[in-house]
Design a binder for this molecule. Structure first.
Ligand SMILES: [Zn+2]
Length: 321
């Protein structure tokens, strides 16, 4: 007997990243859909084609691609399917997929401003010019279908969209109530905690998003749902989401506690905290470590433990009271 579980098949591909393999999911319904599309390497493509063949399909059978978020290991092969006419994702994924030059200019300008305010030393300036480098691992395409909170997936009416910003501003998860299946992208992974990453606002009047606060909200948002199985972007398929979410939230609060103690001796800029929190990784992984640091500072500010002041264009945090 066929069950709901038979409508979803995991396909696993290698990536050049430390995170290791990435999964995409083949969904069978009124349309044949791929949720996410790996990274743009020949190894990934070969793995994808082989696994499709193994279950009786070819790349030309795929009718649409639905994306969980814009990271290169999730949309790198989106342009390799000749029959795909629909590419669906969150509206904030559009500038990434369509390579909007103005957006990338704003993106670079944002980090320049952000890092200056955070006290990042000038020796990191060359990094800012390399922000577009990861784009070589990804594809260009045309977004044809926008997905937002509560929408049904085209061709798969039983799956609903849950917006889960944090790891990425455009991050979506997909939930099928009937059997409690969640396609979770990188929102929730069993083996590692997912990184809430700094990104600029997507429209000029918006404030800088606070990814860690969003991430916490996006985790709490899943608590009332009856989730049985998570099909993640990396690592093993898992259940027991409640316990995992509680663990992740608690761990983050513990790290925030550690960061708070750093302010005993006086005010610090975000970079000063980053150096103390990640002495081994700050040089090689500035983007990632600064995202994590600013996240913790945003959190401590949100619960009124820290307050900020701007001195000569730099932002200082100090204990509040
Ligand atoms: Zn990601």
């Amino acid at each position: 007997m066929k069950t709901l579980k038979d409508t979803i098949t995991q396909i696993t591909m290698p990536t050049p990243y430390a995170v290791g393999d990435v999964h995409t999911y083949l969904l069978k319904g009124d349309r044949l859909t791929l949720v996410d599309a790996g990274v743009r390497t020949e190894d990934a493509w070969k793995a994808l084609v082989e696994q499709l063949n193994h279950i009786g399909y070819h790349p030309e059978d795929i009718e649409q691609v639905i994306l969980t978020h814009h990271h290169p290991d999730h949309m790198g092969l989106v342009d390799r399917f000749p029959r795909v006419e629909t590419i669906a994702g969150h509206p904030k994924l559009k500038p990434w997929l369509e390579r909007d030059d103005r957006f990338f200019e704003q993106y670079e300008a944002f980090f320049k401003w952000m890092y200056k305010e955070a006290g990042v030393p000038e020796r990191f300036d060359s990094l800012l010019k390399g922000l577009k480098k990861p784009l070589k691992w990804t594809a260009e395409g045309k977004m044809t279908h926008l997905l937002e909170e509560g929408d049904a997936l085209p061709g798969h009416e039983e799956w609903r969209v849950i917006e889960t910003p944090g790891h990425a501003q455009n991050h979506l998860s997909f939930f099928r109530k009937e059997d409690g299946a969640l396609i979770g992208g990188d929102h929730l992974l069993a083996h590692i905690s997912s990184n809430p990453l700094l990104e600029p606002a997507y429209s000029p009047n918006e404030e800088r998003p606070k990814p860690l606060l969003q991430y916490r909200d996006s985790m709490e948002k899943l608590l009332p749902l009856d989730i049985d199985t998570v099909y993640p972007g990396h690592g093993k398929v898992f259940g027991d989401v409640h316990a995992l979410i509680q663990t992740r939230l608690k761990k983050q609060e513990q790290r925030a506690g550690k960061v708070y103690q750093m302010f005993k001796d006086g005010p610090l800029r975000a970079y000063d905290v980053c150096e103390r929190l990640f002495p081994k990784h700050v040089e090689s992984q500035l983007g990632l470590t600064m995202s994590e640091t600013v996240g913790q500072l945003d959190y401590l500010e949100s619960i009124n433990r820290l307050k900020t002041s701007i001195i000569e264009g730099e932002k200082f945090y100090e204990m509040n009271g």
